[in-house]
Design a binder for this molecule. Sequence first.
Ligand code: PRX
Length: 654
Amino acid sequence: MTTDNSSMESVSHEHRKFPPASEFVKSAHISGEAAYKALYEKSIQDPEGFWAEAAEELHWFKKWDSVLDASEAPFFKWFDGSRTNLSYNCLDRHIEAGRGDKIAIHWEGEPGDARDISYKQMHLEVCRFANAMKARGVKKGDRIAIYLPMIPELAIAVLACARIGAVHSVIFAGFSADSIRDRVLDSETCMVITADGGYRRGKMLELKQIVDEGIASCECVKDVVVVKRGDAHPVDCKMQEGRDSWYHDLVANVDDDCPAEEMEAEDLLFLLYTSGTTGKPKGIMHTTAGYQVYSYLTSKYVFDLKQDDVYWCTADVGWITGHTYIVYGIMQNGVTQVMYEGAPNHPDEGRFWDIIEKYKVSIFYTAPTAIRAFMKWGDDWVTRKDLSSLRLLGTVGEPINPEAWMWYHKMIGAERCPIVDTWWQTETGGHMLTPMPGATATKPGCATLPFFGIEPAILTDDGEAVEAGILAIKKPWPGMLRGIYGDPQRFKDTYWCKWGGKYYFPGDGARRDEDGYIWILGRVDDVVNVSGHRIGTAELESVFVEHKDVAESAVVGVPHEIKGQGLVAFVTVIDGREQDDQLRKELVTMIDKSIGKFARPERILFSSDLPKTRSGKIMRRILRDIAEGKELGNVTTLADPTVVQDLQQQYLKG
Ligand code: PRX
């Protein structure tokens, strides 16, 4: 196991504890510690009863025959026999309840343009686009790639797919053309929905061009739908005859009514590609009924959602956080939310706080990386703003260091708002470990306790229970992934084999403290979390070795002040090639092209060889130590100990 010891040390002496304010507790859905404990016990003793009760709050065309079917584990089935539709539960249900005029989305574009969209309007837009997709021949089960900036059409496209039973595969708009190609080919996508561009830090990213390049060789793509975003900065957007159409043309002549498809419980809802330990991202499969109930209930309880809340999650819909906690979970709860297109520091570093002030945001959910950037930008950006509408804060995506937690608590939460530090994954579909805001006393940097129905354990490699070790999840839960697209064996091997099928293996290290709270200690595999973006080191390595002058490479994650973790690449070059900045540039360009700029390493070091054991295995532990400037200790097991001296000297040279 390779748990990051530095994070273990930094949180192991953190004992401050912050109980929720009594005002908050009084009106919370889960009010007080005893209420949490009682409901948690019930959810563990009788999970099927617990989940059935939660499901009753939603709309079903037909109710389930069984809540959980484990007969083909780990291919679990939830709410088998039911028929339902996520878009119905996100939209129609609220209109039927007389809440159609309520604002679903206060959208704000980076240049300052804004749109308020009610649930009724959202419903209309979703129905129209769903009909437009049908008119282009899209059928239930077809895979649709969505590569859009954070504009309302992104949520509309997602819900339109759900409405007609098409499977969406959202690709974060920071991914490169090659990444689009790989995802489109893996899932045999027939349609890509994109925009002419999207704003980021005042610039227009030309998304359609990236799509054109990505799908040039993808014969499966028959249709490209293009949303016009760039009115102010017209983009030269070439449309390919017969393949490309403008979104606004397609929705101009369609019916307003599109009945929601009655989906089976285990019908595929979406694919979302995420990084693992190999060079190839995997298409995580989420299905309909279980994900629906899990996204609904975690949103309701963890964010303590009430009808008068204004919620804002700063994630991009391109990641799982945006799927569950912008689109599905939040809209099923019928609350109003803010959706923002751009960067936190455009036009200045106070943009987020302006938005909170303007829309009177009451619940704010962001990433530790953003919080650390705000800390660095200085308190003045915050203190000038009125943040008194806030009542609850959340973090997601990576461990939050106690210093950043305390700053968030004091500067943003005015020591009044509970903070929910939510640990979960693309694969889990929703929150797994998290404080209950009206019940759990929080500790800075700690994801605390399990959500209802979740039974965590901390184990050794051999399955022995320990205080600090590898996190494991014992019981199945409704939001769990159902597979890896096209690769059932990889699904079993990756998540279910470690402890003989008895536990789900998430790939994180954890420690349990004297209160039974769980502290996440970072990944135990070769996955790195850069600014909350998950990147497999093998993905970068496989890109580097494609360079004709590179013999071998190893990439490791190292602590980074703002990003949480950064990447350092060690590259060996074949004889004769200069190991210089020119080569570095070429390698960085390859990463930009193959993955995306967000995966650029902090540093690239060249050497004649990499530290290896005598059996030829690269010793990543040593590379991590070098990259962290640590003492190396015993290197006698290395085949050639001089290799590390060379690397260490280079590293220190800077
Ligand atoms: O290592 C954990 C970290 O992010 C990983 C999951 O990444 P991804 O699938 O991209 O989903 C991110 C959004 C849910 C986990 O294996 N992680 C996520 N949340 C936390 C976290 N680490 C510590 N604390 C968290 N709250």
